[in-house]
Design a protein around this ligand. Structure first.
Ligand code: NAD
Length: 471
């Protein structure tokens, strides 16, 4: 085991204010009630954030409607593109500040917020800026929908914001977006970027709050389109509330991806892919490779190598550039991970974690591996959304497909093999929106992303992502 001197990124670049208002019609204004956002690595209260009530949601939707009717839907696509390009460049210019802020509010390692989240956020705005004046090449007679009500989760706060806002604006819609209650700060920094970019007031409105606020937004009569990313349970509630209304809906929900390793796969590369698949972002990833399916003949060797690799993962300060696994985003999420892992043991699976010292304060969970897992176990079926990997074995490709598809979800999957023909054979049979081959967790704004079954419907990214925001 190597020892490294701590290499923390400086916090000086971010200026966290004691309190934040709602961003409506181009202005920040306090709401009647507020809540606290906490650094999950230290439990330090970072700021007091406004909680939008029904009247605030009304104001935000009205502002978005005015901006839609009077400015944004009338503007030529090429002009909208200029704003989006400006926003993309401002994100790049402020990327260090945004990455540090994201790691402080979310708990994810700076290595990831700096090298994955922020470059992808900027890339998303650049990509959709390019589409704004070419929409007729995507669909015939493209017309925007109106006001989009968008609700996002806490695992990739700024990236999920980009996935929602960039295509909506490119297509000529205006938005009211609600970030998750545990990670509001980068969305509020983004509001400041909208002002810096001179985006017309009301085109983007950011309202903070918890589930009640999200519910008031998606149920609001003035919203034409609902875009939700989050848990399957809440997605179901939203689908029920939107049913029978003229609102358009896209849902990006949970996942329980299989990462399938065949006996001809390059094992060291596969180990890196497995580690990236489940321990990236503490496993708080909807498309995480949380079920390892390994061919029986190589299971022992692969697991030996995987354990050796897991023992080198560094868990700790998210701002330290050496950190591989940061903090769990909230006490509630930590409890859920603990609860499901305890159930795994009770159901008879074998639990293993490398020796690993966890900080005294904050919310932490050691990287964990479960073997002797049966398909019926809850750790093989439920989304744990944490750094916990369940291992199952298979003998034939057919068995691998059956096991991989044996969950209510269908968001992503990974295949590791030397044979191109087998990759295609698997990809045709796996019920997953994204199938990665000999890699995992690769994202690109030009590539559509989305699920089957209980992972939701609709696609984000690429040309397909435009269809969700056009009539
Ligand atoms: P969550 O469903 O609890 O919350 C998501 C968002 O919905 C939050 O902003 C929350 O405040 C809001 N919300 C809660 N109740 C609501 C209601 N009744 N009406 C409207 N809004 C409501 O999910 P979470 O725990 O924050 O996020 C984790 C989940 O998100 C995981 O299941 C994960 O798989 C999923 N996710 C999916 C994708 C994807 O692209 N498919 C991406 C990221 C996360």
């Amino acid at each position: 085991m190597f020892e490294y001197a701590p290499a923390p990124e400086s916090r000086d670049i971010v200026d966290i204010k004691p309190s934040y208002g709602l961003f409506i019609d181009g202005e920040f204004a306090d709401a009647e009630h507020s809540f606290k956002t906490v650094n999950p690595a230290t439990e330090e209260v970072l700021a007091e954030v406004s909680e939008a009530g029904a009247a605030d949601v009304d104001r935000a939707v009205a502002a978005a409607r005015r901006a839609y009717d009077m400015v944004w839907s009338k503007m030529a696509g090429g002009e909208r593109a200029k704003y989006l390009f400006r926003i993309a460049r401002l994100i790049q210019e402020r990327s260090r500040e945004l990455a540090v802020l994201e790691s402080i509010d979310n708990g994810k390692p700076i290595r990831e917020s700096r090298d994955v989240d922020l470059p992808l956020v900027a890339a998303h705005f650049f990509y959709y800026a390019g589409w704004a004046d070419k929409l007729e090449y995507a669909v015939a007679d493209p017309r925007p929908l109106g006001v989009a009500g968008q609700v996002i989760p806490w695992n990739f706060p700024l990236l999920m914001l980009a996935w929602k806002i960039a295509p909506a604006l490119a297509c000529g819609n205006t938005v009211v977006l609600k970030p998750a209650e545990t990670t509001p700060l980068t969305a509020l920094a983004f509001a400041d970027i909208c002002r810096q970019a001179d985006l017309p007031p009301g085109v983007v409105n950011i309202i903070t709050g918890a589930g009640q606020t999200g519910r008031a937004l998606v149920e609001h009569d003035g919203v034409d389109k609902v875009a939700f990313t989050g848990s399957t349970d809440v997605g179901r509630q939203i689908a029920r509330s939107v049913a029978g209304t003229p609102k358009r809906l896209t849902l990006e929900l949970g996942g329980k991806a299989a990462n399938v390793v065949f006996d001809d796969a390059p094992l060291d590369q596969a180990v890196e892919g497995i580690v990236n698949g489940i321990f990236f972002n503490q496993g708080h990833v909807c498309c995480a490779g949380s079920r390892l399916l390994v061919q029986e003949s190589i299971a022992e060797e692969l697991l030996d190598r995987l354990k050796t690799r897991m023992a080198t993962l560094r868990v700790g300060d998210p701002l330290d550039k050496n950190t591989d696994i940061g903090a769990i985003n909230s006490a509630a999420q930590l409890n859920k991970i603990r609860m499901l892992s305890d159930i795994g043991e009770q159901e008879g699976a074998t639990r293993w974690s490398p020796p690993c010292e966890l900080p005294d304060r904050g919310f932490w969970f050691a990287p964990t591996l479960f073997t002797d897992v049966a398909q019926s176990h809850r750790i093989a079926q439920d989304e744990i959304f944490g750094p916990v990997l369940s291992v199952l074995t298979f003998r034939t490709p057919q068995e691998a497909v059956e096991k991989a598809n044996n969950t209510p979800y269908g968001l992503s999957a990974g295949v590791w093999t030397d044979k191109g023909s087998r990759i295609l054979w698997m990809a045709q049979r796996l019920r997953a929106g994204v199938v990665w081959a000999n890699t995992f967790n690769k994202f690109d704004p030009a590539s559509p992303f989305g699920g089957y079954k209980e992972s939701g419907f609709g696609r984000e990214g690429g040309r397909h992502g435009l269809e969700a925001y056009l009539r």
